[in-house]
Ligand binder design. Structure first.
Ligand SMILES: [Zn+2]
Length: 307
C-alpha cells in the first residue's frame, strides 16, 4: 500500500485511525471477513486484469449515515496528521457528472421528444426516465446520487461539472449532455441512471461505448477501463449484484446512446439497478444507500483517474 493510498483512505473513511498500525490491521481484517466485498467475481470478463480500487475495505466499511464525504462522524481526532495538498488525490482532474433525465421532463413531452441526431440513429432529445412502483422517480434518484458524488469528488480535489442545475427543469438534450463533457475536457464523464425492467430482474450494469466511426472512437478503450473500474467499485461498495438481464458481468456495450456516441472524453453510463424490482427500489429510497452508491462511484472514478 503506497503512502498515497494510505492518505486516501484516511481522508475519506478512516480518519485518524489510519495513522496507527492498528488501522491497517483493521482494514485487512475487515477485508478478510467480508470476502464477498473485497474479492472480484471470477469469470472471463475484461475486468479480470484490472487492479481493484484502492480502498476495498474502506468502501465496504463506509458508514451509511449520509455523510457527504464518507467520513465517519467524529472520526477526526487530535492524532490526525495535518492535511496537505498530497491528500487530495483528484487535484487537477475534471469530472463531468450527468444525472439522467430531469424532474419536469414528463410535463414537456414535445420538447423532450424532439428528434436529435446521435450519429447511429435519430432519437428523442431526452426521456422521462423510469420510477419505482410507489412513484420515486429515476430523475430524483439520479439527481440525489449525483449531488452526493459531486461532494465526494470535490472533497478529493476534483473539479466537477454537472449537466443540470437541479431536478426541477427539462433536459438538457442528450446531445447537450455529451457536449458539456466535451467542452469541460473532462478526464472522465459518468451518466447516472437506474433501469426500469420487469420486476423479477435485478442488479446493476455499466454501459460502455462502441466504435461507430465517429467522435467517440478514440475514447472507447479508456471508457472501457473507466467502466470496469466503476463496475468493480460498485460491486464491492454496494453489494448489489451484476445485472441478471443485461450485459456480461455487468458490462454492456452499446452504440445507440447519444450521450456516448457524441462524447470525445472517456464516458460511461451506470444503471444502478432496476427501480421496478421491489428490493432494489427499497434500497434506492434510502439516503444511506444512495450515499454508498455515490461513494462507490467516486472510488471507481478515482481508481480510473489515478492508475
Ligand atoms: Zn435513465
Amino acid at each position: 500500500m503506497s503512502p498515497r493510498r494510505v492518505s486516501w483512505v484516511a481522508d475519506d473513511v478512516w480518519g485518524a485511525m489510519i495513522v496507527t498500525g492498528r488501522a491497517l490491521a483493521a482494514a485487512l481484517v475487515l477485508c478478510g471477513l467480508g470476502a464477498a466485498s473485497c474479492g472480484t467475481t471470477g469469470g472471463a470478463d475484461p475486468g479480470r486484469d484490472r487492479v481493484p480500487a484502492p480502498a476495498a475495505a474502506a468502501t465496504a466499511a463506509q458508514p451509511t449515515t449520509g455523510e457527504a464525504t464518507g467520513v465517519a462522524p467524529g472520526a477526526a481526532s487530535e492524532s490526525a496528521p495535518t492535511p496537505t495538498a498530497a491528500r487530495k488525490p483528484l487535484s487537477g482532474k475534471i469530472v463531468v457528472i450527468d444525472p439522467g433525465h430531469n424532474g419536469q421532463n414528463y410535463r414537456h413531452s414535445a420538447e423532450i421528444n424532439k428528434q436529435v441526431d446521435v450519429l447511429t440513429q435519430r432519437k428523442a432529445c431526452d426521456t422521462t426516465g423510469t420510477a419505482t412502483a410507489n412513484g420515486y422517480s429515476e430523475a430524483a434518484f439520479t439527481w440525489d446520487v449525483s449531488q452526493r458524488l459531486d461532494k465526494i469528488l470535490k472533497s478529493r480535489g476534483a473539479k466537477v461539472v454537472l449537466t443540470r442545475r437541479d431536478n426541477n427543469g427539462v433536459g438538457p438534450c442528450i446531445t447537450q449532455r455529451a457536449a458539456i463533457g466535451n467542452k469541460a475536457k473532462a478526464n472522465a464523464a459518468i451518466s447516472v441512471h437506474a433501469d426500469g425492467a420487469s420486476p423479477a430482474n435485478h442488479g446493476f450494469h455499466v454501459i460502455i461505448p462502441k466504435k461507430i466511426g465517429g467522435p467517440v472512437d478514440p475514447v472507447v478503450k479508456d471508457s472501457e477501463e473507466l467502466g470496469i473500474d466503476v463496475r468493480n467499485a460498485l460491486k464491492r461498495g454496494t453489494g448489489l449484484s451484476y445485472s441478471t438481464y443485461i450485459g456480461k458481468a455487468a458490462l454492456d456495450y452499446r452504440n445507440d446512446l447519444g450521450g456516448l456516441n457524441l462524447s470525445t472524453v472517456p464516458k460511461i453510463f451506470v444503471e444502478c439497478g432496476n427501480m421496478k424490482n421491489p428490493t432494489e427500489a427499497a434500497k434506492f429510497q434510502q439516503a444511506a444507500f444512495r450515499q454508498r452508491i455515490a461513494l462507490s462511484l467516486a472510488n471507481g472514478l478515482q481508481q480510473y483517474l489515478t492508475h
